[in-house]
Design a protein around this ligand. Structure first.
Ligand SMILES: Cc1cc2nc3c(=O)[nH]c(=O)nc-3n(C[C@H](O)[C@H](O)[C@H](O)COP(=O)(O)O)c2cc1C
Length: 241
């Protein structure tokens, strides 16, 4: 089954109670989690003030995230679904976007790569904590062209290019020494000119659904959803928070 290679072994009895109990809940973070709450008051997201085109709305919010110096504004959570229908998430970095979609780079043989090969539907989410904003994006994913992947690969620092060869991403390895040995091996082999590994490159998610969320006071948050229509226009609707 596609995607099985990297999925963790799951007990048939996964719903049963864990046999190893956690330590005293009063001594863990549980003791204070319920008291963590925050009022969101920084901004508003309005039908009239937002852009009718979600790409332009995203462009504006991304620029504002950069201007506000939020940490790693380019980090986004990517959700994929395996052949066993179990969803999984991880963080990746957006490396570009335009009307064709959102681009990131990774190992095509990784868990996410195998899951996308079996099911091209995926979801992305940005959470810009300091701006009290999230953006959710859903759509279909395709590999980008070899030329595009080559161009980006060769713009990366040398150690990152060697790293793409050295890490059999998502596979179980016997220890960190494997990575260090692989990096030394490929460094010696390719010197200053590592080619792009055939198993490494970019993906592009073509959005058909966007959601922009702005935290508001009293949990009455603003949420605008954009859905792609058959005529290729975007329908903008407000969702209850
Ligand atoms: C801030 C941040 C950025 C990351 N960027 C990438 C990325 O661009 N590409 C990538 O393959 N992994 C990236 N990772 C590592 C992934 O989160 C993940 O561990 C890895 O891709 C393997 O995921 P998988 O086994 O689900 O395929 C990043 C992690 C963090 C915390």
């Amino acid at each position: 089954m596609l995607g099985k290679r990297h999925n963790p072994p799951v007990s048939r009895n996964a719903r049963a109670t864990y046999t190893q109990p956690m330590t005293d809940p009063n001594a863990t973070a549980n003791a204070s989690i319920t008291d963590l709450r925050k009022s969101y008051e920084r901004a508003e997201l309005d039908e009239t003030a937002s852009n009718a085109n979600p790409f332009l709305q995203f462009d504006q919010w991304f620029k504002e995230a950069i201007a506000a110096k939020v940490p790693e504004p380019n980090a986004m959570t990517l959700a994929t679904v395996g052949g066993d229908l179990r969803p999984s998430t991880r963080v990746v970095l957006i490396k570009g976007f335009d009307e064709r979609g959102i681009v990131w780079y990774t190992n095509y043989q990784s868990r996410k790569g195998l899951e996308l090969a079996g099911n091209p539907y995926a979801a992305l989410q940005f959470h810009w904590v300091e701006l009290e904003r999230t953006v959710r994006i859903e759509g279909v994913v395709d590999r980008i062209s070899d030329e595009e992947s080559d161009a980006y690969f060769h713009s990366r620092p040398l150690d990152s290019r060697i790293g793409a060869w050295a890490s059999p991403q998502s596979e179980v390895i016997s220890g960190r020494g494997v990575l260090v040995a692989n990096a030394a091996k490929y460094g010696a082999k390719f010197l200053l000119q590592p080619p792009r590994p055939p198993h490494w490159g970019g993906y592009r998610l073509k959005p058909d659904n966007w959601q922009f969320w702005q935290g508001r006071r009293s949990r009455l948050h603003d949420r605008l959803r954009y859905t792609l229509q058959d005529d290729m226009n975007w329908l903008r609707e407000r969702l209850a928070p």
